[in-house]
Design a protein around this ligand. Structure first.
Ligand code: NAD
Length: 276
């Protein structure tokens, strides 16, 4: 049961399943990420704004896992979008907190359209990639209009767009744009952040019963079969293991489609135009 690797548009590969650390207490992060690495996760998704990059770094350092076997993502916060200098300083600070000498993936966390600085920041990420200190670059919470603009102004297509994505809120316009430009979708809030009764939906519950798996495993499997990169979060080791144990079954196309039919524009968190 090894995790599939997806190929990004820059030629690099990414483990399709990882572990996210949004809202993981900085004081507990080293222990929680150590558990995740022991369970088998090799792809960790953090961000400067989560305040827990140091804990992620300590867990990596003490794990003894060779650096090349890990895939580490962090994100540029909106306060640091301002200039090439501010982007570079924020990147170097994140790298230092993580204790790494290169990053696998660096993302612009939100477009923050009212600031109107994301194009300049994207140019700075392109320069960082040229330096070799980050292998792949991408964005998060970008709508098609934001993606169109950075591509038009730089010719560089982001490797990923990390967006809120779960059965009730699939953002089909972003999906379509991404598919047309070979941008991989990373699903954040893949379990709906526990904010609606996704696991009780008949389409999810029926598939879980049919395969002898849990509703959470069915939803993670749905993401994988949609082609999404996914990194569910849990503080609990038994759930980390549950969420990782999704490679011994396949949803039928009828099951997959029944879950896809749960779309109802059910956003559970902020809209990209609201974070400035
Ligand atoms: P999620 O959908 O992964 O939900 C996490 C919650 O689901 C947990 O706190 C837990 O209560 C529950 N859960 C997890 N496993 C379960 C299981 N097996 N059974 C029952 N309940 C379970 O939400 P998330 O953490 O917000 O999203 C995942 C990751 O995406 C984050 O950790 C972070 O890395 C990333 N993220 C990015 C952004 C962004 O703006 N780019 C925003 C939010 C999250």
């Amino acid at each position: 049961t090894s995790v599939p690797e997806l190929q990004l548009n820059d030629g690099n590969t990414i483990p399709q399943l990882g572990f996210g650390v949004f809202k993981v207490d900085p004081a507990e992060t080293e222990r929680i990420v150590t558990d995740a690495l022991e369970v088998g996760y090799r792809h960790i998704d953090t961000a400067r704004i989560y305040g827990n990059e140091e804990g992620v770094g300590r867990a990596i350092a003490t794990s003894g896992i060779p650096r090349e076997e890990l895939f580490i993502t962090t994100k540029l916060w909106i306060d640091d979008l301002e200039s090439e200098a501010s982007v570079t300083a924020a990147f170097e600070a994140s790298l230092a907190r993580l204790g790494l000498d290169y990053l696998d993936l660096y993302l612009i966390h939100w477009p923050a359209p009212e600031r109107d600085q994301y194009v300049g920041a994207w140019k700075a990420l392109v320069e960082l990639r040229k330096s070799g200190k980050v292998r792949s670059i991408g964005v998060s919470n970008f709508l098609p209009e934001h993606l169109e603009r950075i591509i038009a102004e730089t010719g560089v297509v982001p490797a990923v767009d990390q967006i809120e994505s779960h059965p009730a809120h699939q953002q089909p316009e972003v999906e379509a744009f991404a598919a047309a430009h070979d941008i991989k979708i990373e699903s954040w809030g893949p379990l709906g952040q526990g904010k609606y009764p996704l696991f009780e939906e008949p389409a999810v519950a029926a598939a879980a019963a049919a395969h002898g798996k849990t509703p959470a495993q069915v939803v993670i499997r749905w993401h994988l079969q949609q082609g999404h990169i996914v990194f569910p979060k849990s503080n609990r080791r038994e759930r980390m293991a549950e969420n990782f144990d999704v490679f011994d079954f396949v949803l039928t196309s009828a099951e997959q489609e029944a879950i896809t039919a749960l779309e109802r524009e059910g956003r559970v968190s902020a809209h990209p135009s609201e974070v400035n």
